[in-house]
Design a protein. Structure first.
Length: 738
């Protein structure tokens, strides 16, 4: 009867057989957590500790729920009926339909999707006469959902959240939106968990019913829970206290969508007498990769601690983690493309190769390189760069400016951002264009001249046409890069995304900046537009193996034989915005993200960094990521030479265009830096005092040191304990001797 326990290692078996009482299973990357969770579920049933409907099993995705259901059925030898198994939202929806009257709903309430939520909120804002240009429905909805993720109902926002959680206006809109939902007998996704938690918190008889019903609770990916999910679980676990949470504090990388790593860190405090089982036998990666990843993540202070070791005899040793230093970001894309080509010639399966980037905009350079080489690829978890909404919009603006007869482009952007051009106005433009055989843009201009378009749309369209006239004149004078950057700003398009408070908005702005950077490689706007058209027509290679391109966030849970990890530079990775917004917590999450990236690799991990990265039309010097210093030398092979000194950089910058510089292991092309006024990255505030050679300084990580040399915003410092390091001046404070 216990043959299902035979495949388990001692750690896994301990996690499965520790049935009673609170248990935290710290499951490192590749240690078989799904096997443990499903086997534990089946073990509870086969041991007759509970009936199927007395076990509550919570997952984060429907796919994980299906997999658990199938695996449990395979162990039992038959389907298990009546299971409470599913995602947080699915289980809470099931509970809420049973007790909806306690929150003013009927059991047949409607669950609204994202579009319906935004439409309803816009109605509420219109009724309150709120300027939806200044406060977009998407930005307000983002604030409301953050409050729901924290378990805050409208009456509790002002008391529990304070002014830093939003303005009084947002709170009033939240209350009005919730009232409107109740009137419509509807709930949004955030309500499913919020309402259920409120019912359990305020209705003791309902809570007691579930305490009697659920003898055991199983939770997957506990490190990704937000505050309201945590509260829901704690309320339900107060009964029998037989709660088992499986997760990895070292892989908590979703704070931007509400996840709280503190939930898993305080498990022992929340559940007195809790047992912790660590799964440390990794069945994925080589011992070299595991040692490098473990040494890196050990620099985090906010963790419970574990050390991964290979679980397979054939995983001992293996290739060292390659750290490749390159002169610039273009050379980095060439290096990765050439190595993929070499692996392909050696019969390495393309489906077992991945390029993992910190931010979505970074995929463009690798996409274009792979297209040039004819290597099939796919962008996992998102669209290809030139298929993204904001990129299509920006290209439509370029086409509408450069090619006035392009009706499709003009129609796409005429009301983006909103200019009051409705269906009636568009229909009038199309009718006039057909009657007179003229382009749509010319028809719109004639309607403006004859008074066929009135009100807000008239003013906004007239301003757009003046803009096109100015931008065309600028195109000849200042070039296509500066012109397009200016056009996207002056048209209001970039401002539209700056005002959007959704989690996707910052990424969209980064993509637009990357688009402007890409244009600098082409002599004319027409040349760039032709290039984009050819890229978009890239032959579909469905059915063939493809290299995977994705963000590090999207790679969690996946694994590949070979993993490329580009862009390991300060400001890129760790991401500067994350550190600015969250400080030390943000840095630790960035390090967890690096750990996730390394542990995706089975056999080979190749990390790269560039000494110069294109910023719009110019080049910006960068320094290697601090994470590279945290990798152990005995498990790393450093290649190339990305940490160039001033002499080398000056020599390369002064070289003629097309000359070569061979300061590293790879030949690179020197480029004269070009700069533009428009769309420069916002400059960081200048230091109040210049850091001079000989000054004593303090760095939060490396401690006290003495400045030995200065190089623009970079300092060579001899730290008292850490030795010589090169750091950016903004990370140090001038101080007296300690």
């Amino acid at each position: 009867m216990t043959e299902y326990l035979t495949p388990l290692n001692p750690e896994q078996r301990a996690a499965v057989e520790s049935i009673d009482g609170p248990l935290l299973v710290l499951a490192g990357a590749g240690t078989g957590k799904t096997r443990v969770l499903t086997t534990r579920f089946a073990h509870i049933l086969l041991s007759r500790k509970a009936f199927p409907n007395q076990v509550l099993a919570v997952t984060f995705t429907n796919k994980a729920a299906r997999e658990m259901r199938e695996r449990v059925a395979a162990i039992l030898g038959q389907p298990a009926e009546g299971l409470w198994l599913g995602t947080f939202h699915a289980l809470c929806a099931r509970m809420l339909r049973r007790h909806a009257e306690h929150v003013g709903l009927s059991s047949n309430f409607t669950i609204l999707d994202t579009d319906d939520q935004l439409r309803l909120l816009k109605q509420v804002m219109d009724a309150a006469r709120i300027d939806t240009k200044r406060w977009t429905p998407a930005s307000v909805m983002s604030v409301i959902q953050r409050w729901k993720d924290k378990g805050l109902t409208p009456p509790r926002v002002a008391v529990d959240a304070g002014e830093d959680q939003g303005t009084e206006l947002a709170r009033r809109l939240y209350a009005a939106y919730q009232d409107r939902l109740r009137t419509l007998n509807a709930a949004d996704f955030g309500d499913l968990i919020l309402h259920t938690t409120e019912i359990l918190r305020t209705q003791p008889d309902v809570l007691a019913q579930y305490h009697r019903n659920f003898r055991y609770i199983l939770v997957d990916e506990y490190q990704d829970t937000n505050l309201v999910q945590y509260l829901w679980l704690r309320l339900l676990a107060q009964g029998h206290r037989n709660i088992c949470c499986v997760g990895d504090d070292d892989q908590s990388i979703y704070s931007w969508r509400g996840a709280e790593v503190e939930n898993i860190l305080r498990f022992e405090k929340d559940f007195e007498g809790a047992k912790i089982v660590r799964l440390e036998s990794n069945y994925r990666s080589t011992s070299t990769i595991l040692a490098a990843a473990s040494t890196l993540i050990a620099h985090n202070e906010g963790r419970l601690g574990k050390t991964l070791r290979p679980g397979r005899p054939d995983a001992q040793g293996g290739e060292k983690v390659a750290v490749v230093g390159l002169w610039d970001s273009d050379e980095e894309a060439r290096m990765i493309g050439e190595r993929i080509e070499r692996f392909r010639r050696e019969n390495h399966a393309l489906g077992e190769i991945a390029v993992l980037v910190r931010a979505g905009f970074q995929t463009r350079a690798f996409e274009e390189r792979l297209i040039l080489l004819g290597v099939p690829y796919r962008v996992v978890g998102g669209l290809r760069f030139y298929e993204r909404q904001e990129i299509r919009d920006a290209i439509a603006y370029m086409r509408a400016m450069a090619r006035p007869a392009d009706d499709l482009a003009f129609e796409r952007i005429v009301n983006v951002p909103r200019r009051g051009v409705g269906e009636t106005a568009l229909r009038g433009m199309h009718e006039l264009a057909r009657e007179q055989g003229i382009p749509l843009s010319r028809a719109a201009a004639r309607l403006l001249e004859t008074g066929g378009i009135k009100g807000k749309a008239k003013t906004a369209l007239a301003e757009l046409f003046r803009g096109f006239s100015n931008w065309n004149a600028m195109l000849d004078r200042d070039g296509h890069v500066a012109t397009v950057a200016t056009m996207l700003d002056e048209s209001g398009y970039t401002e539209m995304w700056k005002q959007d408070k959704s989690p996707e908005a910052p990424g969209r702005l980064e993509n637009l900046r990357e688009l402007v950077r890409a244009m600098a490689d082409f002599e004319t706007l027409d040349g760039f537009l032709d290039h984009v058209a050819l890229v978009m027509e890239n032959e579909d290679t469905s059915g063939t193996e493809k290299v995977s391109l994705m963000t590090l966030h999207g790679a969690k849970g996946l694994e590949f034989d070979t993993v490329f990890l580009p862009g390991w530079e300060e400001g890129v990775f760790p991401n500067q915005r994350s550190m600015d917004e969250q400080g030390a917590k943000g840095l630790e999450e960035e390090r967890r993200l690096a750990y996730v990236g390394l542990t995706r690799a089975r056999k080979r991990a190749i990390v790269s960094h560039a000494a110069n990265r294109r910023m719009y039309a110019g080049w910006q010097a960068s320094i290697p990521s601090r994470f590279l210093d945290e990798l152990p030398d005995e498990h790393v092979e450093r290649q190339g030479s990305g940490d160039y000194r001033r002499e080398a950089r000056v020599a390369a910058a002064s070289a003629f265009s097309g000359g070569t510089f061979s300061g590293g292991a790879f030949p690179v092309v020197a480029r004269a830096a070009r700069t533009i006024e428009a769309w420069e990255q916002p400059a960081r505030p200048a230091r109040k005092t210049e850091v001079k050679v000989g000054a004593r300084v303090f760095h939060q990580k490396f401690g006290y040191g003495t400045v030995k040399d200065t190089d623009e915003d970079r300092l060579d410092i001899d730290f008292d304990k850490a030795g010589e390091k090169r750091v950016l001046d903004r990370f140090v404070e001038v101080t007296a001797d300690p």
